[in-house]
Design a protein around this ligand. Structure first.
Ligand SMILES: N[C@@H](CCC(=O)N[C@@H](CS)C(=O)NCC(=O)O)C(=O)O
Length: 212
């Protein structure tokens, strides 16, 4: 399979972590941000949004939207623990995956990460960052309660929900922000950081993105 997207993109990181966990062979091209290449007619023909990641599996039509790509990979290549076959069991995993995309990824990346790392120090608005962290914190508290009773978001096994949730945590724990004590979340993050695929694809330097 071929993947287009720079490894500093959080969405590419989610996808690559999944690919790594599933042990799939791939070829990845650096596209987006400093590499450009996402505004060419060829790229826009694959993804009219001009965003990464894009995945093409064999001769299939290219896929975009990270959530859709993850579900495709899980449906085609994962075992029942990662992405249950039974629709009711799968919906429970999907519920947490969707929740993570909407309430963690979207409420962390632009509102917090961009304002801390992708904004020059002189332009940084600490009130807005604090406000965004308070919104995010409400959802991290839900995750904290959940993770206090299970090793992963949906029980004892890593599932697709953990990919959508956990890929934000390297940056969350690494950037210069106030972090309330959430011991179960921290233990969960340490558990993820012990996984080779997470270290390779998610714990990636974001210095390229920093605005000075
Ligand atoms: N909803 C899309 C969002 C894709 C997106 O916004 N990707 C960002 C990187 S995380 C992008 O392409 N940015 C432009 C660039 O890298 O040049 C998804 O989940 O895949």
């Amino acid at each position: 399979m071929t993947i287009w997207g720079r490894k500093t993109s959080s969405n590419v990181q989610a996808l690559m972590w999944c690919v790594g966990e599933l042990g799939l062979a791939y070829e990845r091209h650096d596209i987006g941000h400093k590499y450009g290449g996402n505004d060419t007619p060829e790229f826009l023909a694959m993804n009219p949004n001009g965003t990464v990641p894009v995945l093409r599996d064999g001769d299939d039509e290219p896929l975009w939207e990270t959530g859709a790509i993850l579900r495709y990979l899980a449906g085609r290549y994962a075992d029942d623990r990662f992405w249950p076959q039974d629709p009711a069991a799968r919906a429970q995993v999907d519920k947490w995956a969707e929740w993570s995309k909407i309430n963690i990824a979207l409420k962390f990346t632009a509102p917090v990460f961009w304002r801390v790392v992708r904004t020059a120090p002189r332009d940084r608005n600490s009130a807005l960052i604090a406000e965004a962290l308070a919104v995010l914190g409400k959802y991290l508290d839900i995750a904290e309660n959940r993770l206090a009773v299970g090793r992963f978001l949906c029980g004892d096994d890593l599932t697709l929900a953990d990919i959508q949730f956990g890929h934000c945590l390297y940056r969350y724990f690494d950037i210069a922000i106030e972090r309330p004590d959430r011991p179960a979340l921290r233990r969960y993050y340490d558990r993820l950081a012990a996984r080779a695929a997470f270290r390779e694809h998610v714990m990636v330097s974001y210095e390229d993105l920093r605005v000075l």
